[in-house]
Design a protein around this ligand. Sequence first.
Ligand code: FE2
Length: 232
Amino acid sequence: MKIQQFFYGSDNLAYLLHHGGRALAIDGGAVEAILDYVRDRDLVLIGVTNTHGHGDHTSGTDRLVAASGAPYRDHRQFDDGEVIDLAGETITVRHTPGHTMDSVTFCAGDVMVTGDTLFNGTVGNCFSGDLEAFYRSIRLLMDRPESTRIYAGHDYVAASLAFARHLTPDNRAIDAYAARYDKHHVVSTLADELAVNPYLRFNQPDIIALLQSRGRPTETEYQRWEGVMSLE
Ligand SMILES: [Fe+2]
């Protein structure tokens, strides 16, 4: 399975997953660039879908559907675990509520398209208000193989690393992560995130010590998750 990342807006990221001449567009705001890519490679666009319903992610959907003739696939209609076939390779849709209740993540081979659930360096805001659902979603993504490459809905890397440095200034892994950052191809592995992203590091001694210094309970994993989500 191949993945192509497209930039649009100030920091939004759109994606095409493709294999065997068939492609799925996800958060297709970079309409012209996606159409060009599909045309140049003679791909058949088998669907246009979204990671969640926020307007900055759905802005290109109607235009892409109209211009390509590809079917719209409403992300809210996918069952958890539903499989999309692309010429014999598969994309599995997982429900990952938390940022919004309708957030989904597309898992394909060693790649995942996470929308605003998991970013490179941080996680999304919990606009749903359901912190427990968000915890289960992040746990689900954390349990994927560590080599999994994370393709998110925005490039928030600079601000995310600044905040990670603020919370954990002694974490040298942040320097290595920053050195690997490429603004023309924004990606990290799950291993990178487990080393750097404070919101995935709720079981690490430095984060637990930080939570304790702020008077937060740290006995259970969920308490530590609640704690990291409250850090300023
Ligand atoms: Fe969003």
